[in-house]
Design a protein around this ligand. Structure first.
Ligand code: GDP
Ligand code: IMO
Ligand code: MG
Length: 371
């Protein structure tokens, strides 16, 4: 059986969107399995930047079907905006299917999200999209499944969305029976997982590979490969622990060179060195087979590049420093062609996390990939 899963290994924004776009050509269906419009997955094509919050990042591959699974929560306004965006891009919207089991994010959820944040002594720094309250209502059995909403609501918006709503379980199992290849696209990142992340500074859904099963309604035996996406350094938006965070000049440089500002909220992202302790934890939680490393180009020009290799009992870190490289690397298409110091950085990461790095992204454009 052929379901492969792509997940973020850090705190989100690892570059899942553009990596999914790359792998998508090998699949028939690209399926989002968790989260809602708290996600922002960007694709860069020439001068155009497309930021997707709900629609899977397979949109640019003409043959792909796109599926939003039952594990997701859907803001209908955002969805309609994205349907308009698809129309603008010339994407046939008949390719988009949404599970009837997904839940609706209501205006009351958005208000509750903002109110709870304001009331917290230590705010989480949510995206303010109502995600927590929508998942809480589902768990409290007072939520609104999309199926129900579409039956009841008679606005043009609900009608437009209804056209895409299907029996999500039947949908995915028909595709599997037809031997279609499915790529399950994660949102957020492992360290934002509601169970295994830096709780309570997490999102309200499960973000790890196991959630692809519950979120799409498939058994674990159909999952074949799990690919993890990690940035060559770490970022985090919002509050919460960040062991490898850099507060000085190096952190600012990462933010500037990496353009680390939130896709959804525009907030500056906190930046720090690659954290190998955290990456190993993420490899375990997801059962990672291979890693795609993104934004290596951002490290060009640093005199030294750091990797956190251990946490010490007094709350500090052990950081291993490697010599940096001056060369810009955006034009490189083969991993062995990287400047020697960049190659050593990749090999060191690979050895520390214990799984192969099969793809290195060296720029935001679709083709900026080295294998
Ligand atoms: P996602 O949420 O994991 O899909 O990631 P986002 O799209 O929110 O954030 C990743 C950002 O980094 C986007 O602005 C991408 O265009 C950009 N990006 C992705 N890969 C690379 C890369 O290899 N190099 C550079 N410089 N930018 C990249
Ligand atoms: P993608 O898919 C980065 C963070 C928020 C906040 C916490 C809880 O683009 O990688 P929420 O609104 O979910 O209740 O916020 O989770 N967060 C993300 N950070 N990338 C994301 O998605 C995120 N989705 C949620 O900043 O700290
Ligand atoms: Mg993002």
């Amino acid at each position: 059986m052929s379901v492969d899963v792509i997940v973020g290994l850090q705190w989100g924004d690892e570059g899942k969107g553009r990596i999914v776009d790359f792998y998508a050509r090998e699949y028939d269906v690209v399926a989002r399995f968790s989260g809602g419009d708290n996600a922002g997955h960007s694709l860069v094509v020439g001068n155009e930047r497309i930021a997707l919050r709900l629609v899977p990042s397979g949109v640019l591959q003409e043959k792909n079907e796109l599926f939003i699974g039952g594990g997701c929560v859907v803001n209908l306004e955002t969805l309609v905006e994205e349907l308009d965006l698809l129309a603008k891009l010339g994407v046939d919207a008949h390719r988009l299917f949404i599970s009837d089991r997904a839940h609706v994010v209501l205006q009351t959820h958005i208000e509750a999200d903002k109110r709870r944040e304001a009331e917290r002594a230590q705010p989480i720094g949510t995206t303010g999209r109502g995600i927590g309250p929508a998942y809480a209502d589902r768990a409290s059995r007072v939520g609104v499944p999309l199926r129900e909403y579409c039956e009841r609501a008679s606005t043009p918006q609900a009608k437009r969305v209804s056209a895409h709503v299907v029996d999500g379980v039947a949908y995915i199992h028909e595709r599997l029976a037809q031997r279609k290849r499915v790529l399950a696209e994660g949102a957020q990142g492992t360290m934002l997982d509601v169970i295994y992340g830096t709780y309570p500074y997490v999102t309200s859904s499960s973000t790890i590979a196991g959630a692809a099963c519950t979120g799409l309604g498939i058994g674990p035996k159909v999952v074949n490969r799990v690919i993890g996406i990690a940035k060559a350094y770490c970022t985090r938006v919002g509050a919460g622990p960040f062991p490898s965070e850099l507060h000085g000049r190096e952190g600012e440089r990462l933010r500037e060179r990496g353009r680390e500002f939130g896709t959804v909220t525009g907030r500056p992202r906190r930046c720090g060195w690659f954290d190998a302790v955290l990456a190993r934890y993420a490899v375990q939680l997801n059962g990672i087979d291979a890693v795609a490393l993104t934004k290596l180009d951002v490290l060009s020009g640093f005199e030294r590049v750091g990797i956190v290799t251990a946490y010490t009992s007094d709350g500090a870190n052990e950081t291993q420093y490697l010599e940096g490289w001056a060369e810009e690397i955006r034009g490189i298409r083969r991993i062995p062609d990287l400047p020697p110091a960049a190659g050593r950085f990749v090999t060191t990461l690979q050895n520390l996390i214990g799984v192969p790095i099969e793809l290195v992204s060296v720029g935001p454009e679709r083709d900026d990939l080295a294998r």
